[in-house]
Design a protein around this ligand. Structure first.
Ligand code: UFG
Length: 384
C-alpha cells in the first residue's frame, strides 16, 4: 500500500489519521496537513489490528474501538466467521473498515499485512474455540492456536509494534477451589486441548514480554460472553449445531431446534444446574478498548498483565433459561439430560482488578443481554 515517501505520508493519513467523520464527508486528505503536530501524534497512535475481527467477539470489539476513536483493520481467514459481520461493523459505525482475508498461521501473508498497515496495537482473537472439538482434534487446536499466536508476536517484535491484547478465557482456572476466582487464583491443569492452548499462549506472552524490550501484553480472561449488539446487526453466528447455551436457547425459541438439553440438574448448586458468569458481548468488547488505552497511555504496573472480564455474578443454567423466557415472552422447550463431559460445576469472576485498574465494569443487565440475544436471533430468521 505504501510506495514512496509521499504515498506513505498520505496513506498514513488516510488509514491512520483521518477521523471517521472527516472520511465520511470525503475530506481532501491534503487539508489535514494543517492539523497541529500534537493532534497528529495523538492520532497516529490510534490504529489497531483485530485478528479474528469477523468473529463474534472480534466484530463487537471493532465497533467499540471505532466508537472510542480508534482506526481498525480487520483480519480474518473466514474459516469460522462471515463477511456479513464486517458489513455489520461498517453499517453500525458508518466507517469503511479495511478487511483483509488472512490466515494468521500463514506467516508470509501475515507479514505482508504488517508491512501494509500502520498499527501499533494488535488484539488477537483468531483461534479455534470449540472445547469438545479440541478433545477430538487436538493437533488442529495446537497448530492453529499456537502457530497463529507465535506468528503475531514474532512479527510484532520484528516490526516494533508494542501492544498486544490476548483473548484468554476463564477456562484457564479449571475447577477452582473457591469462587469467585481472582487473577491470583491458581490455574489448574487444563481440561481440554483448547484450554491448554489458552494457558500456553498466556505463558508465551508473559515470557516474550519479559524478554523483549518494548513489548507489552494484556491477557483478558473472558467469562461466558453472550448477547448481541443492540442494533441487532452483529451477533453470534454458530455454524451448524450450536455448542454454547445461549445460541441453543435462541434457536429453540425460534423453532429451529426442537428442545434444549440441560446438561445435569444434580450438581451441588442451589438448583442443581451449572453456574456461570454471563457477560454481555458489548461490555466484553469495551474491556478491550480499556486494555488498549492502558497500554497506549503508559499507566501499566507491569508490561504483562492479566484481568478477569466478568460481571461478578453467577447465574445457573435453569435461571438463565427462565429469565430468557420471561424477558422475551417466549417459550424454550427444555429437558434435563445427563451431565456433559468436562463441564465444571460453577465459576464466576471477581472483576475487582479490571474495575479498579482498567476503569472498566460490566454495565448491561442480564435482561438487556437476553433481549439482545433474542433480537439478533429474530434478525437472523427474518422474524422482525
Ligand atoms: N449447556 C446446556 N445445554 C446446552 C449448552 C450448554 O445445558 O445445550 C450448559 C453447560 O452444561 C454449561 C452452561 O450451559 O453449564 C454453559 O455452557 P457453554 O457451552 O455455553 O459455555 P462453557 O461454560 O462450557 O464454555 C464457555 C466457552 C469456552 C470457555 C469456557 C470457559 O464456550 O470457550 O466458557 O469456562 F472456555
Amino acid at each position: 500500500m505504501f510506495s514512496g515517501r509521499a504515498d506513505f505520508f498520505f496513506a498514513a493519513i488516510r488509514t491512520g489519521c483521518v477521523p471517521a467523520s472527516a472520511r465520511k464527508r470525503r475530506f481532501c486528505p491534503e487539508m489535514l496537513i494543517f492539523v497541529s503536530v500534537k493532534q497528529r501524534i495523538i492520532m497516529e497512535k490510534q490504529c489497531v489490528l483485530v485478528t479474528g475481527g469477523a468473529g463474534y467477539i472480534g466484530s463487537h470489539t471493532a465497533v467499540e474501538l471505532i466508537a472510542a476513536g480508534y482506526d481498525v483493520v480487520i483480519a480474518d481467514d473466514l474459516s469460522n466467521s462471515d463477511l456479513r459481520a464486517v458489513e455489520g461493523v461498517r453499517r453500525i459505525t458508518g466507517v469503511e473498515v479495511p478487511f483483509e482475508q488472512v490466515d494468521c498461521c500463514d506467516r508470509e501473508a501475515l507479514g505482508r499485512l504488517f508491512r501494509q498497515y500502520r498499527f501499533d496495537s494488535v488484539i488477537h482473537f483468531a483461534a479455534s474455540k470449540a472445547v469438545g472439538e479440541s478433545v477430538h482434534e487436538p493437533l488442529k487446536y495446537y497448530r492453529n492456536n499456537l502457530t497463529s499466536f507465535l506468528n503475531v508476536v514474532e512479527l510484532m517484535r520484528a516490526t516494533g509494534r508494542p501492544n498486544i491484547v490476548f483473548s484468554s478465557s476463564c477456562t484457564v482456572y479449571g475447577e477452582a477451589d473457591a469462587q469467585p476466582v481472582t487473577e491470583r487464583t491458581p490455574r489448574k491443569p487444563a481440561t481440554s486441548p483448547y484450554g491448554n492452548t489458552k494457558q500456553m499462549c498466556e505463558d508465551v506472552l508473559r515470557d516474550a514480554v519479559a524478554a523483549y524490550e518494548g513489548l507489552r501484553g494484556i491477557a483478558l480472561r473472558y467469562f461466558n460472553p453472550i448477547g448481541a449488539h443492540p442494533s441487532a446487526l452483529i451477533g453470534e453466528q454458530p455454524q451448524g449445531m450450536p455448542q454454547n447455551l445461549v445460541p441453543y436457547v435462541t434457536q429453540t425459541a425460534a423453532g429451529i431446534r426442537e428442545c434444549l438439553s440441560i446438561f445435569g440438574d444434580d450438581y451441588p448448586t442451589p438448583d442443581g444446574s451449572n453456574i456461570r458468569d454471563y457477560i454481555d458481548v458489548t461490555d466484553l468488547a469495551r474491556a478491550h478498548v480499556a486494555a488498549i488505552r492502558r497500554m497506549c497511555g503508559g499507566a501499566r504496573r507491569a508490561d504483562y498483565e492479566v484481568f478477569n472480564i466478568g460481571t461478578g455474578r453467577g447465574v445457573s443454567v435453569l435461571e438463565l433459561v427462565r429469565r430468557f423466557e420471561q424477558v422475551n415472552g417466549v417459550k424454550v422447550n427444555h429437558r434435563i439430560v445427563g451431565r456433559r463431559e468436562g463441564d465444571i460445576v460453577a465459576i464466576w469472576a471477581d472483576p475487582t482488578l479490571a474495575n479498579e485498574v482498567l476503569g472498566w465494569r460490566a454495565e448491561r443487565t442480564l435482561d438487556q443481554t437476553l433481549a439482545s440475544a433474542w433480537a439478533w436471533q429474530k434478525h437472523l430468521c427474518g422474524m422482525e
